[in-house]
Unconditional design. Structure first.
Length: 117
């Protein structure tokens, strides 16, 4: 009979969190991202919270002794980084749309000026 290898310094909840942390972070990010897109949460507030949670994880969370707390800090940081991408993507998509409209307007101006009839 084979027994699974348990990494020293881990706990059952910590191992569960580690196994499911990306899915949890994505789920949290989707819910928060929808709240940002639906204007229930300000995009700037989402960016501020994401920055604070990320700074906490980098300065404190990575060094936490309790495995469960360390894994929970990772989930929180990853979900906030993913949520931070929502306002950035909205800004980028908006900027690309404005550039596309400006290019279309420039092409229309050139076409209209070229028509000499």
């Amino acid at each position: 009979m084979e027994y699974p290898v348990v990494q020293q310094g881990t706990s059952r909840p910590g191992r569960w969190l580690r196994e499911h942390r990306l899915g949890l972070a994505l789920s949290i990010a989707v819910v928060e991202g929808l709240l940002v897109v639906l204007d229930q949460i300000s995009g700037w507030l989402a960016l501020l919270v994401a920055a604070l949670v990320l700074v906490f994880y980098v300065t404190v969370g990575r060094g936490l002794r309790r495995d469960t707390a360390r894994q929970a800090a990772w989930v929180a940081a990853m979900s906030q980084v993913l949520v931070a991408l929502v306002p950035v993507l909205v800004f980028v998509i908006g900027a690309v749309a404005l550039i596309a409209v400006a290019l279309l307007a420039a092409v229309a101006i050139v076409a209209l000026l070229a028509d000499r009839r």
